[in-house]
Each structure stands twice: as structure tokens, then as C-alpha cells.
Design a binder for this molecule. Structure first.
Ligand code: DC
Length: 220
């Protein structure tokens, strides 16, 4: 199986780029952030989000699955498709919180590895090259300046009808970057063997073509 790891901070364009590349190469696109989001969604729903012990306890009662319909990923929490509920700013912040808990990361590890073992995948996350798939065929660390990332996320949220300001989104990006890169377990940092790809000055189309060419060069 061919495994491509794409890591990087929120809003660098990972998901859009990885999705487009997976479609072109006929690979499965695995959005691992959705797994952390599903855990956060459940924690918010049952009032556990502010307590680490409660979140850990809650893991005993949840079952998470990824399913694919024509290549489109859906995340299931205890049999229910929760994909539509996990993209709010509240769940983004919650996901960042639960992802710092070692038990949560361990809980989601096998699920991610199993998918990669059985499929050609482009897996998008924070610790894919360093922890989940250290033997991936291609490892890419995708990044862009915080302002560029906030601008992109702001536009996405406005298009979805959320009422937020650019400053709020930028503050969220900076806060999440800080949390994600300063946590003790699996902090967001490039793997030594990852190809560093900066998308700040590239349009989406340019970024997609760039990443596809990087992958194609490396899996030949
Ligand atoms: O990529 P995303 O914004 O959907 O990720 C949500 C949160 O989950 C983010 O704050 C970091 C965390 N995450 C992680 O720690 N490891 C991953 N492999 C994917 C996401």
C-alpha cells in the first residue's frame, strides 16, 4: 500500500489539497482531525470537555469509525454520522484540547494505522509522519503564515454563514497553533524527513498542483 503523510497547522490548506490530490491519484483521503473532533463533540455533549478525567472515562463508551462513500469521508460516533456537527469554532477548540490528552491519542492510533495498512491513503493530520505512519512513502509538512491561514478560514466560515470577525479567527488560529505546538504529547512539529511546503504565496490551484507533483515524484 502507498501511504502519504501530510502534516501541518490548521488552515494551511491541508484538507483541500490532500482531498484534491487523493482524487487525482485515486487514493483514500483520511482526515484525522475529524477523529479528534468527534471525541470533542461527544465530550461537549456530555459535559466532559473541561475535565480530563471525565474525557478519559468517556472513551470507554465511545466507538468511532470512518466510512467512505465515493471517496468522501464520514465520521461515525456510536453509529451516528456526526460529520455535519464537528466544524464549529467550539468543536475546533475542543478538538485541540482533547488532542493533548495521551489517552485520546492512543485511543485513535490503531484506527488510523488500520486504514493505512489496508488502503492507499493520503492521511492529513499533525503527527502522521512522526507517530502514526513513520514509514510513510511520502511525508509532507504543509504550512502558511498565520495571517494567510486565518484569512482562508475566515472566508470559509463566512461562506457557511457563521458570524465571526477576522480578528477572532486570527486569535483562534494563534491560540490553536500555540496549544498544538506546545503540548507534551505529539506536538505539531515537522518530521526531519518531511518535505517542507509553504503555501502562503500560492493560490489553491498552485498548491494542489505542487503537492500532487511532489507526491508523484516520490512514489514513482
Ligand atoms: O485538522 P483539524 O483542524 O480538523 O484538527 C482538529 C484538532 O485536532 C487540532 O487542534 C489538532 C488536533 N489533531 C491532532 O492533534 N492530531 C491529528 N492527527 C489531527 C488533528
Amino acid at each position: 500500500m502507498i501511504n502519504v503523510a501530510i502534516d501541518g497547522p490548521a488552515g494551511a490548506g491541508k484538507s483541500t489539497i490532500a482531498k484534491a490530490a487523493a482524487k487525482k491519484l485515486n487514493f483514500i483521503y483520511v482526515d484525522t482531525g475529524a477523529l479528534y473532533r468527534a471525541v470533542a463533540y461527544n465530550a461537549v455533549k456530555c459535559g466532559a470537555i473541561n475535565s480530563e478525567p471525565k474525557i478519559i472515562e468517556m472513551l470507554k463508551n465511545i466507538h468511532i469509525e470512518l466510512k467512505y462513500n465515493n471517496g468522501v469521508q464520514a465520521v461515525y460516533l456510536n453509529g451516528e454520522d456526526v460529520s455535519a456537527y464537528i466544524r464549529t469554532p467550539e468543536i475546533s477548540m475542543g478538538a485541540s484540547k482533547v488532542s493533548a490528552i495521551p489517552e485520546v491519542r492512543a485511543f485513535l492510533l490503531d484506527l488510523q494505522r488500520d486504514i493505512a495498512k489496508n488502503n492507499n491513503v493520503i492521511m492529513d493530520g499533525r503527527d502522521i509522519a512522526t507517530v502514526v505512519l513513520p514509514n510513510a512513502d511520502v511525508k509532507i509538512f504543509l504550512f502558511a503564515s498565520p495571517e494567510c491561514r486565518a484569512e482562508r478560514r475566515y472566508k470559509e466560515l463566512v461562506e457557511k454563514g457563521e458570524s465571526v470577525t477576522f480578528e477572532e479567527v486570527l486569535a483562534d488560529v494563534n491560540k490553536r497553533d500555540y496549544q498544538d505546538s506546545h503540548r507534551e504529547i505529539a506536538p505539531l512539529k515537522p518530521c526531519k524527513t518531511s518535505i517542507m511546503a509553504d503555501t502562503s504565496d500560492k493560490s489553491l490551484e498552485e498548491s494542489v498542483n505542487y503537492i500532487i507533483s511532489l507526491i508523484e515524484e516520490n512514489i514513482r
